[in-house]
Structures are given as structure tokens and as C-alpha cells.
Design a protein around this ligand. Structure first.
Ligand SMILES: NC(=O)c1ccc[n+]([C@@H]2O[C@H](COP(=O)([O-])OP(=O)(O)OC[C@H]3O[C@@H](n4cnc5c(N)ncnc54)[C@H](O)[C@@H]3O)[C@@H](O)[C@H]2O)c1
Ligand SMILES: O=C(O)C1=N[C@H](C(=O)O)CCC1
Length: 254
């Protein structure tokens, strides 16, 4: 059995992971960490990660950006592989995750779904053909009203996949309201919509002269993220230090 610690266990994603692992024959939740706890979980919950003394093979994190620094310190100290799913991290935190990957296995992915990870690959081909032909690129994401970070980590990852393919020459534009000028060529517009219970929609629009091609991904339930995270934890347990991503899991690398 692979023993997993759930960081952010009483949040929406933490509870999804709990339900998935309750039915899993290969992995189990051995402890949870959350600042809020009403005692309803079937595993021990610690309000402070420093208090968690439970042995485990991997940690899954769906918490809050403000909780990620302590979580990374804990994983490094305990030599615990970490599936880092929280979004909205600052640049210094991304660097800290890179540094942690020098001593433990770290898999960071803004979106654990198979669909988005496939889209990340498809976009590279599309951008390589369409951008030189003069197509403008815009990303529109839509999420539930409780989401605190904007734009979504996924929207940024989609933009990075396109930009990386194009030599990182494009600027990201989040707000055009103060501008009075035509759209420059080398930009990727990223727009965020928040409302209701939308699980997560991403449209990547390539707009050319007289034609538009749109790649759309819709998550219909949070289970798509949860399944990917559990799959990633099983993959990461026992792996040597290094930075991993969802394509390693999907391709079954190593
Ligand atoms: N990578 C993905 O596929 C993916 C999918 C969904 C959500 N997310 C991201 O995961 C994060 C959590 O999402 P959610 O919808 O579950 O949010 P949520 O607000 O429902 O849950 C977060 C939980 O973390 C807890 N928390 C806050 N500070 C903490 C701390 N210091 N220590 C321990 N626990 C703490 C909160 O009490 C809460 O229970 C967000 O950043 C979200 O964008 C990523
Ligand atoms: O519900 C959320 O919050 C989500 N966050 C991730 C992001 O920011 O991209 C993935 C989709 C759901």
C-alpha cells in the first residue's frame, strides 16, 4: 500500500482525494493536514504540518499558496516526494519548489487532468503553424466563484506551452481596459471569468484573417483532477530526487 499524506485535506480537492482513496486498493490516506478540522475524517488530521509525525511514501498538496513554503520545507526534511497542485504561487515559491527537487521528487502541475495535459502538447503544434501565419492567440478561462487566484494556473501553463514553442517572445496581457492601441502581434491575452460552480473551462483561441480555431477543455467534475493527483502520487512514491510532470505519469516514464 502506498501511504499518502493529504495537505489541505478538508478543502474541496482534499475531500475528493479522500473519497477516491477510500476505494483504492493500492494507496491509502494515512494523515491529513488542515488549519480547519471538525474531526469527520477517518484518518488523523494535524492543524500544523510540523506536528505530523506519520510515516508516508508521498504527500499530495491542494491547499493555499500561503501554506506551500512550510509544506516544501517539511517534505525536504522528511525526504517525502511531493505532488504540488496548488496554484497562484509567487515566483520565489516556484524557485523554492525547483530547489526542493534537488533533494526530493517533486511533481508540480497546475492541472492534473488528462485532457489539459494532452492539450498542452497539441498547442505546441498548433502554435508552430498558426503564429507564423499571423494568428493572434487569446486564452479565456472560467472557474467557480470561490477560486482565489486569477488567472488560473492552467491558463498560465497553456500560455507558457505556446510561448515556449515560439521562443518566449510573447508578452502576457491580462487587462486591456487602460490601453488605446491596436493589438500588438507578440502578445497572448489571458482573461479570467469567475462565477457559480463552474469546475474549470479553458478556451485557447487562435484568431486569423477570416478564420478562427478554438481548443476547448471543460472539466465536468473535480474528480478529473483528483484521479490525476492519485495517479501522480503512486508514480512518485520511491522516485529519486528531481522535477517530474504529468507527462511523465501519462507516458509511464521510469
Ligand atoms: N492542479 C490541479 O489540477 C488543481 C485542481 C483543482 C484545484 N487546484 C488548486 O488547489 C488549491 C486548492 O483548491 P481547493 O478547491 O481544494 O481549495 P479549498 O479552499 O477548498 O481548499 C484548500 C484547503 O487548504 C486548507 N489550508 C489553508 N491553509 C492551510 C495551511 N497553512 N495548512 C494546511 N491546510 C491549509 C484550507 O483550510 C482548505 O481546507 C488551489 O490553489 C486550486 O487552484 C489545482
Ligand atoms: O478549482 C480550481 O481552483 C482549479 N484550479 C486549477 C487552476 O488554477 O488552473 C485547475 C483547475 C481548477
Amino acid at each position: 500500500m502506498i501511504r499518502i499524506i493529504m495537505h489541505g485535506c478538508n478543502g474541496k480537492m482534499g475531500q475528493v482525494i479522500g473519497s477516491l482513496l477510500a476505494e483504492d486498493r493500492e494507496a491509502e490516506l494515512v494523515a491529513g493536514i488542515d488549519v480547519f478540522d471538525d474531526g469527520h475524517n477517518a484518518y488523523p488530521v494535524f492543524r500544523n504540518i510540523r506536528e505530523c509525525d506519520v510515516e508516508a511514501d508521498c504527500l499530495i498538496d491542494f491547499s493555499s499558496a500561503s501554506a506551500v513554503d512550510d509544506m516544501l520545507d517539511y517534505c525536504v526534511e522528511k525526504s517525502l516526494p511531493c505532488v504540488l497542485c496548488t496554484t497562484g504561487l509567487r515566483e520565489e515559491q516556484l524557485q523554492k519548489a525547483e530547489k526542493a527537487a534537488e533533494s526530493i521528487a517533486v511533481l508540480r502541475s497546475a492541472n492534473m487532468s488528462l485532457g489539459i495535459n494532452t492539450l498542452l502538447k497539441l498547442l505546441k503544434n498548433a502554435a508552430a503553424i498558426l503564429a507564423p501565419a499571423g494568428f493572434d492567440m487569446e486564452i479565456v478561462e472560467r472557474h467557480h466563484r470561490l477560486k482565489v487566484d486569477a488567472p488560473s494556473g492552467t491558463a498560465l501553463a497553456l500560455a507558457d506551452a505556446i510561448n515556449g514553442e515560439l521562443g518566449n517572445e510573447y508578452n502576457y496581457v491580462y487587462d486591456r481596459s487602460g490601453r488605446r492601441e491596436k493589438r500588438p502581434e507578440k502578445e497572448i491575452g489571458i482573461s479570467a471569468v469567475r462565477g457559480g460552480t463552474i469546475v474549470g473551462d479553458h478556451d485557447v483561441i487562435f484568431a486569423g484573417a477570416d478564420e478562427v480555431i478554438t481548443f476547448s477543455h471543460t472539466a465536468y467534475s473535480k474528480a478529473v483532477f483528483g484521479k490525476g493527483a492519485v495517479q501522480a502520487a503512486k508514480f512518485l512514491a520511491g522516485k529519486p530526487a528531481g522535477r517530474y510532470n504529468m507527462s511523465d505519469v501519462i507516458n509511464g516514464a521510469g
